[in-house]
Design a protein around this ligand. Sequence first.
Ligand code: FAD
Length: 480
Amino acid sequence: MSTVKLCEQVNVRYETDVVVVGGGVAGTAAAIAAARGGKRTLLIEKSGCLGGLATNGHVSPFDATKDNSGNTFGGIGKEIIDRMVIYQDKYGCPKSASKRVGPHLFKVVLLDLATEAGVDILFHADVIKTVAEDDEVKNLIIHTKSGIEAVSAKMFIDATGDGDIFAEAGEEFVMGCEPESGTDLKNAGFDHMHFEINSSSKYDTEEAKKILAVQPCSVMFSMGNVDMTQNPIKYNNKNLKFEDLGIDRDEFFSLEYAGTVGFEENGDLIPLPQGRILFFPSGRPNELIVNMSRVIGVDGTDAVELSKAAVIAHKQVIYLADFLKRYVPGFEESYLVESSNVLGVRETRRLVGMHVLKGLDAINCVHYDDEIACGSYIIDIHDPFGKSRALGGAIHGDSYGIPYGCIAPKRVKNLLVCGRCISVDHIAHSSTRIQGTCVMTGQAAGAAAAVALDTDATVQTVDVQKVREALKNDGVLLRK
Ligand SMILES: Cc1cc2nc3c(=O)[nH]c(=O)nc-3n(C[C@H](O)[C@H](O)[C@H](O)COP(=O)(O)OP(=O)(O)OC[C@H]3O[C@@H](n4cnc5c(N)ncnc54)[C@H](O)[C@@H]3O)c2cc1C
């Protein structure tokens, strides 16, 4: 690859206390918490709205805001849901099941909570470089419509989902599964649980080792005018054979998309990208949100791979809409309403921080004296290798704890991490990546940034009990 020298003096556009990069659910919660902690806070987001995957990625289900006995984890996650209910009434929007928030109103809810807390928001701003020296982030270089400028702050929070900031600041990170992931899943008893087809053993095969074992990418879409009286739900989340839907095999294989990526022959089963039909009610009458596209082995930190995967996934959407209309009872008169603007990336870089949460500890519901968040979602590994429905199952209790060390890097003194890219292994990640948990680690990172600044501490030396007090004072319910 040839190179070009980029050398330019740039203006420092913002000097502030805390800068949060990434306005997904985690970054928004982090910014709200830092601002409530009395810090001047700037939230930088490269798209034009808050919510990240929840809005631009059309991921409506807002899960893991409660433990498995139904007790809320409180905090900003609860505030988001409460505000959603108020706005649904106020703006005459159809009531959705409480955890299915829907992307459109969600943008406004997050924006209102952030601006009410006093967060400054810079949209359409891409952080293109992290300037770090002496184990400290000094500046971020941003690209906006105004050109290339710099931002400086005392404390930074990486909420990019992909760990863009900690990677460039030189912190250790990993991507993909650990060598023991397959064995850990078996030891957790997930060989026969929760999902019909289990392939934890695939982690150990030579074929599997050739691809990057991260969870696959998907583009979410929604279908309107579905005739729910035909009960399409009965086909949901099942591996279906051709005869289950009365599909003529030859006719299927004459379709233009048969044999393309995701629609390759799959024995007796209907060849679908995820090997299943999967949808959720959108909250709007007769409308379903569909999660059926899948592209495996994608390095979501590589622009070319991302683009190639997006091309495949967007094509899969239109093919899947055609499939549903042709073959699934209730979808005959349905139509494609919308599809997500961004490729839904489930897994990229994970920080190797002061503590790495292990999947088995999450499954066994371990809690910690220094926990700053809790998770409760199932271990939910969308098959990194192909068409199995999912690997994993329910955790063995109500909730698990996430210790402070999962959001704190080992070296850089003024950087915290939250959301999808915190310090966990591949198995734990499949649960901590869920939105309610991302909000909790976000709120914790914002609170920790404020406490560290108030006490002249680094992120490694901050008094974690003070952070936990701040979280509890802001309504977060921690088990310990
Ligand atoms: C297909 C799919 C289905 C899912 N299903 C569910 C589900 O059913 N229930 C559930 O709870 N969760 C689900 N999830 C998981 C969940 O949606 C995400 O893991 C979670 O929303 C991640 O939140 P986040 O804030 O960490 O990251 P993101 O939502 O990815 O937000 C990161 C933000 O940072 C911005 N950003 C990134 N880099 C830069 C940069 N360099 N400069 C400026 N801005 C930047 C991005 O634009 C983005 O807005 C699903 C995910 C996918 C992909």
